[in-house]
Ligand binder design. Structure first.
Ligand code: G3H
Ligand code: 13P
Ligand code: ZN
Length: 332
């Protein structure tokens, strides 16, 4: 058993309370490799922003969970070396899908876990979430749960079924589970194709897709039921069109990729939404930068010469999110 406290990590409790009071949101960035982690830590340290490092099941399979955990431990030291005296860094399991997985992360030094039982019936979601909460809280590890189902590209076949979180369920869910934060569904979704073209309008000037607004009425109703309770938004990449254009220009193929407009995330960050998950945007930044080097310098074969620019691009992106979208700069 390793306590996250011995690794210099923090849980989300105080971080979220301050974010709600202060009207900003904490960035939750996924990481899978060293360059991504370096960029996240550098951006957070230089802006003095609290940050959540997220490890998904896919990341564990790709990079090995032991290695990722030690990288996170190293990240705390790296942050100090960069002059961040008291780094506020959470190591979080993203989309944990079983009690055993959440337990193994708690035991291994994670300071926060998500149990995503949102695809289960309400009572089963409650039972599994409660079990994880009871275990994690013994070690002061905080737990994120999810209610409602995020739309995804796989919904393409299902037409307009609403999976939004039902505000009438949130009090019972949070009370019976004891979860520390709640991920909700108000129209965001994972990946770089958050809306189908037929769900959007087109800007006549640019020809760009303009997505429909998020369901802020659902968020308002949830906040009314649970005043001051920490709310989480998954699937919050904005899919910056400059990266999509760069990728397409340099041989990629991402037609009609579209994300959540930043002004909507800015609005959410000022509310009880205190954790905003961003993964796809950093994938786009990385890919755009790598494709550019490959196209412009075909003789290059030193990975540092394309991973380096990719890392710089991700760092710029993370700083932009922290300063211009979430408002978490200067809060740690
Ligand atoms: O929730 C989705 C995250 O973007 C992680 O994705 O499972 O491909 O690592 P992944
Ligand atoms: P994006 O795909 O919008 O970046 O969402 C990431 C996420 O929610 C990770 O849990
Ligand atoms: Zn997610």
């Amino acid at each position: 058993m390793v306590s996250f406290k011995d690794l210099g990590l923090v849980n989300t409790r105080e971080m979220f309370a301050k974010a709600i009071d202060g009207g900003y949101a904490i960035p939750a960035f996924n990481f899978n490799n060293m360059e991504q982690l370096q960029a996240i830590i550098k951006a957070s340290a230089e802006t003095k922003s609290p940050v959540i490092l997220q490890v998904s099941k896919g990341a564990r399979n790709y990079a090995n969970q032991t290695l990722l955990r030690y990288m996170a431990e190293g990240a705390v030291e790296y942050a100090k070396e960069l002059g961040w005296e008291n780094p506020q860094i959470v190591l979080h399991l993203d989309h944990g899908d079983s009690f055993e997985l959440c337990k193994s992360c708690v035991d291994f030094g994670f300071s926060s876990v998500m149990i995503d039982a949102s695809s289960l019936p309400f009572e089963e979601n409650i039972a599994l979430t409660k079990k994880v909460v009871e275990y994690a809280h013994q070690f002061d590890v905080t737990v994120e749960a999810e209610l409602g189902v995020l739309a995804g590209v796989e919904d393409e076949v299902q037409s307009e079924v609403s999976h939004y979180t039902k505000p009438e369920e949130v009090i019972e869910f949070s009370t019976r589970t004891g979860c520390d934060s709640l991920a909700i569904s108000i129209g965001t979704s994972h990946g770089a194709y958050k809306f189908r073209p037929e769900q959007c309008t087109r800007d006549p000037k640019t020809g760009r897709l303009v997505p429909p607004p998020l369901a802020f009425d659902v968020l308002d109703a949830i906040m009314e039921k649970l005043p001051g309770f920490p709310i989480v938004l998954h699937g919050s990449s904005s899919v910056p069109q400059e990266y999509v254009d760069m990728i397409n220009k340099y041989g990629g193929k991402l037609p009609d990729a579209v994300g959540i407009p930043e002004e909507q995330l800015r609005k959410a960050a000022k509310s009880a939404v205190c954790k905003i998950n961003i993964d796809s945007d950093s994938r786009l930044a990385f890919t755009a930068a790598v494709r550019k080097v490959f196209a412009e310098k075909p003789a290059e074969f030193d990975p540092r010469k394309y991973c380096g620019p990719a890392r710089d691009e991700m760092e710029r992106l993370y700083k932009h999110k922290i300063i211009e979208v979430l408002g978490s700069d200067g809060k740690a």
